[in-house]
Design a protein around this ligand. Structure first.
Ligand SMILES: Nc1ncnc2c1ncn2[C@@H]1O[C@H](COP(=O)(O)OP(=O)(O)OP(=O)(O)O)[C@@H](O)[C@H]1O
Ligand SMILES: [Mg+2]
Length: 197
């Protein structure tokens, strides 16, 4: 229905029915509604008490807070196959495994903060938990991990660009994720290391 940039996942008709605003006709209108929701969600993130980023309940609640005003299925795991992402049947177990690994990396200082962030972010979007909003949700979840678990500043994901639109920064981001799919994290490490804050 909407024109998606490279590296995004289109919604199927059932998922489109979950749109809570029936008058939306353009991608721009949808982006604005989602952006307003995300801003409320971010203020919830900073006000909340408790809720660890390594808890799968928190991961789902976070998606609901970021997208729940716009999408009825926010916070609920994907049930359909997408061009990106694992078989939906394996989502709960693969997420649990990632969160346990990430918690182990922290405890054992396996990776410097930005490398842990790159690996955590990549696997989260590769699993592709939800029908939509995975990129934005996983960028925010990664920043929460950095700030709350590593006491490290957040990543300059957009770095002056609009990461949702096709431009050089997004092309680098998607290319870096594809290299990470093949096990090569160098480009993603360089990407998250861009100073900007
Ligand atoms: N080859 C890939 N491997 C892993 N993750 C990918 C790959 N291609 C894209 N992604 C991730 O999937 C996201 C797109 O998924 P989705 O549309 O659910 O997220 P979004 O937040 O709605 O979109 P976006 O961040 O693209 O605006 C991208 O932002 C990126 O994080
Ligand atoms: Mg999308």
């Amino acid at each position: 229905m909407f024109q998606e940039p490279d590296g995004a996942t289109p919604l199927d008709p059932d998922e489109m029915l979950g749109l809570k605003f029936k008058y939306v006709t353009t991608r721009g209108e949808l982006d604005e509604l989602e952006q307003a929701n995300i801003e409320d969600g971010l203020s919830w993130v900073s006000r909340r008490r408790g809720g660890s980023v390594f808890d799968d309940g928190f991961i789902r609640t976070l998606h609901k807070k970021l997208f729940g005003d716009v999408w009825a299925w926010a916070g609920e795991y994907r049930l359909t196959e997408k061009n990106i992402g694992i078989d939906p049947f394996h989502i709960p177990v693969q997420l649990r495994l990632l969160l346990d690994n990430a918690s182990y990396w922290l405890e054992n200082q396996t990776f410097p903060p930005l490398e842990a962030a790159a690996r955590f972010h990549h696997r989260l979007v590769q699993i592709h938990l939800f029908p939509n909003g995975n990129g934005r949700h996983a960028r925010i979840a990664t920043d929460i991990m950095l700030e709350e678990m590593y006491d490290h500043p957040p990543i300059a994901w957009a770095s002056g660009f609009n990461l949702q639109a096709d431009n050089e920064r997004r092309q680098n981001y998607i290319a870096a994720l594809r290299a990470a799919d093949a096990g090569d994290f160098r480009a993603l490490l360089a990407f998250v290391d861009t100073p900007g804050y």
